[in-house]
Design a protein around this ligand. Structure first.
Ligand code: NAI
Ligand code: OAA
Length: 313
């Protein structure tokens, strides 16, 4: 009897979607379905075939197909949504809200019909608000609707700390709380290098500079690229989340989760530390925060609420 492989569908075959599909296949996490709109069916099939033809060279056996038909997504264990427009220099993520909310609703209606048992990971921006739209449309339990921001924001934060100290990124631990906007909250007090608190190793003005660069890390890439936004690190982040779910690793990963009283917020999707495993978000950790940290998180939460209020679909 043939081995039943896991299946992951990536909706949106643009920069982030295609890169994610390729990384998932390289790691042999699952067979991959790459899905875009009917007008882009041939380019989507072409990207998938091109990736598949790399498999003999790279030595992976995951299958990859391109499609615009949601029937091909049926039975997916995970659906990753990257569909939507990306910002350009001079724009904020929030400028994308109504265009992408419309796209999110259409995509999620299809996922609800064809992949009712899947765990859904949302990337499209503004991602906290888009995760809320997805949750409303899908009607899935909250553990199966997850937004990606914290892995990426934390990765940027850890990159900058490793650069500052000229040490391995592998030894840097930290995480970023809050919404995926310029007022996200890198938690300095909980950050360390090889177990040593960063406050003992880096001067406070340099830490502040790292925190600020992390907050505007997406914009830094947008300005450099000139016509789109980051995709290598976002794709790597989606793959780490998918791996935690597919392998039931129970990793402690910051994810956008539905808060129902945690940290004092209700009915709000925002980035918090979670356990990510086979059931999706299996637990949310509530950390003790100082009054300054809580005030920063309140500001970030308010920004997320402000965006949700202008959704008009
Ligand atoms: N949460 C995060 O940390 C990050 C979020 N993003 C967001 O991810 C989204 C995608 O970014 P990119 O891949 O760079 O954009 P892109 O423009 O390269 O690709 C988007 C793709 O979505 C497709 N699409 C549009 N409507 C669709 C629909 N109804 N069904 C299926 N596919 C549809 C487009 O045809 C296009 O191929 C953007 O909103 C961007 O802001 C990007 C990086 C990080
Ligand atoms: O900045 C953007 O528009 C894309 C994104 O969310 C990121 O790279 O953090």
């Amino acid at each position: 009897m043939a081995i039943q492989r896991k299946k992951i569908t990536v909706v949106g075959a643009g920069f982030t979607g295609a890169t994610t599909a390729y990384m998932l296949a390289q790691k042999e996490l699952a067979d991959v379905v790459l899905l875009d709109i009917p007008q882009l069916e041939n380019p989507t099939k072409g990207k998938a075939l091109d990736m598949l033809e790399a498999s003999p060279v790279q030595g992976f056996d995951s299958n990859i197909v391109g499609t615009s038909n949601y029937e091909d997504a049926a039975g997916s264990d995970i659906v990753i949504i990257t569909a939507g427009i990306a910002r350009k220099p001079g724009m904020s993520r929030d400028d994308l809200v109504n265009t992408n909310a419309g796209i999110m609703k259409t995509v999620c209606e299809n996922i609800k019909q064809h992949c009712p048992d899947s765990i859904v990971i949302i990337l499209s921006n503004p991602v906290d608000a888009m995760t809320y739209v997805a949750y409303q449309t899908l009607g899935f339990p909250k553990n199966r609707v997850i937004g990606q921001s914290g892995v990426l924001d934390t990765a940027r934060y850890c990159t900058f700390i490793a650069q500052e100290l000229n040490v391995s990124v592998e030894d840097v631990r930290g995480f970023v709380l809050g919404g995926h906007g310029d007022d996200m909250v890198p938690l300095v007090r909980y950050s360390n290098v090889g177990g040593i608190p960063i406050e003992k190793l880096i001067a406070s003005d340099r830490i502040e500079a790292i925190v600020q660069r992390t907050r505007t890390g997406g914009g830094e890439i947008v300005n450099l690229l000139g016509n789109g936004s980051a995709y290598y690190a976002p794709a790597a982040s989606l793959v780490q989340m998918s791996e935690a779910i597919i392998k039931d690793k129970k990793r402690i990963i910051p994810c956008i989760a539905l808060l129902e009283g945690e940290y004092g917020y209700d009915n709000l999707f925002m980035g918090v530390p979670t356990i990510l495993g086979g059931d999706g978000i299996e637990k949310i950790f509530e950390l003790d925060l100082t009054s300054d940290e809580k005030a920063a998180l309140d500001k970030s939460a308010q920004s997320v609420r402000n965006v949700i209020q202008i959704i008009n679909i």
